[in-house]
Design a protein around this ligand. Structure first.
Ligand code: AMP
Length: 397
């Protein structure tokens, strides 16, 4: 059983909380999107409003075990202070050691301490036992609210929990598990999964796992061409993973055997080069002329997929339908995002996996129009694959 932070008595306790403050910054260090910080506020407030001390820890960027100035969390502490003007936010210049312990001991009920970047120590990612024990000295309770790193067994997501008696999930992590978990375990049917992205290779396990629970799987993105090529169609110079043709054939065979309606595009927007400005034409997805590459799903496919989404009970979307970074090839992905938003208004449960599909739905301004946008790309994929996430296992007592 995993208890949630709001069920734990935190009065007078120091709650060591793993958050995901790995926010994007521009080259001056200014935060360009503080969504991840704001999403951790319910957990922080649950601790501070009930008289606890929130000791926050996170990674930022990839400093690879060294102290790198541009990856310091100090500016994040300053930003957090502006979001929570009523509460004192202290910053500790490291994440372990006597000085840090002193800062944490000094903090009063209702205050917040943000520790320096965990990844300034290589022991964080190696899940070092001694480092985990040092982190654990900072808290009476351990809380994990960082879904985006829950699929990694790091000191702050896994090792530390072994040294603290009371462990729990933060509000955001709990929400992720509730939405992603119920989407598969107890879905409102039909359950439709929309799969896209560049390659089939990163998604084989998730497609295979989804065939256990989905009624329909809609395929788009670069991966569609490996399926089409596996069926013997001409795909021009579209992205094809030749070493995965057998895997694609096997997925198609299993889908047919299990009565899963695995749909492939019937038309595609093909370009003569991988560029936004390249000449383009709409062609039959099974007969792409030589020298042309499919960079988006075509209008007929888009309308079929949108119709399937609008009549679904639950939709789980992972991966763009085309090269949405190029406006000329973003229409398919945008239409899927719009169909998800429309379906939501009619009661469909709509879930967007993290990573590129989350970036796409926010680019189109529709993130708040779906049921749930996951904050973890890799973590949501592994969860949907049915894998146990180390950061979640560590909370289960
Ligand atoms: P992934 O990281 O595997 O989810 O893939 C996301 C990337 O797939 C995005 O950057 C898209 O530009 C890319 N992508 C989507 N459709 C295509 C396509 N038809 N050809 C090449 N790349 C694509």
């Amino acid at each position: 059983m995993i208890q949630r932070i709001d069920a734990v008595d935190v009065a007078g306790k120091r709650v060591l909380t793993r958050v995901d403050f790995n926010v994007p910054q521009d080259n001056t260090g200014a935060i360009t999107d503080d969504t991840r910080i704001r999403e951790s506020l319910p957990t922080i407030e649950s601790i501070t409003s009930r008289g606890g001390v929130a000791i926050l820890m996170s990674h930022l960027g990839r400093p690879k075990g060294a102290r790198v100035g541009k990856y310091s969390l100090q500016p994040i502490a300053e930003h957090l202070q502006t979001l929570l003007p009523q509460q004192r936010v202290r910053f500790a210049h490291d994440c372990i050691g006597a000085d840090v312990e002193a800062v944490c001991a000094e903090a009063q009920s209702g205050e917040i301490v943000l520790l320096e970047n965990l990844r300034f120590h290589a022991e964080e990612e190696s899940n070092d036992a001694a480092f985990s024990a040092q982190l654990a000295r900072l808290g009476d309770v351990y809380c994990n609210d960082a879904f985006g790193t829950a699929h990694r067994a790091h000191a702050s997501t896994a090792g530390v929990a072994e040294h603290i008696g009371t462990v729990c999930a933060g509000m955001l992590l709990d929400k992720e598990l509730a939405y992603l978990g119920s989407a598969l375990a107890n879905p409102k049917r039909p359950l439709v999964s929309v799969m896209g992205g560049s390659k089939i290779s990163g998604k084989i396990d998730v497609i295979t796992a989804l065939m256990d629970s989905c009624d329909t799987i809609l395929i788009g993105g670069g991966m569609m061409f490996t399926f089409l090529a596996a069926q013997g169609h001409s795909v021009g110079s579209s992205l094809v993973e030749h070493e995965k043709l057998d895997v694609a054939r096997e997925i198609l065979r299993v889908a047919a055997e299990r009565n899963v309606d695995l749909m492939l595009p019937t038309d595609t927007v093909a370009a003569s080069a991988f560029s936004n400005d390249a000449p383009s034409q709409i062609v039959d997805a099974t007969a792409i002329p030589d020298g042309w590459m499919g960079l988006d799903i075509g209008p007929v496919t888009t309308s079929t997929y949108a119709g399937t989404i609008r009549t679904a009970g639950t939709v789980v979307w992972n991966g763009p339908m085309g090269v949405f970074e190029f406006p000329a090839f973003a229409a398919g992905t945008k239409a899927i995002a719009e169909a998800m938003a429309q379906a939501t208004t009619h009661g469909t449960v709509t879930i967007v996996g993290g990573g590129d599909s989350a970036a796409a739905i926010s680019q189109f301004g529709l993130a708040s129009h779906v049921t749930h946008v996951s904050t973890g790309g890799g973590a949501s994929l592994e969860f949907l694959e049915g894998k146990k996430l180390p950061g979640v296992v560590a909370l289960d007592r």
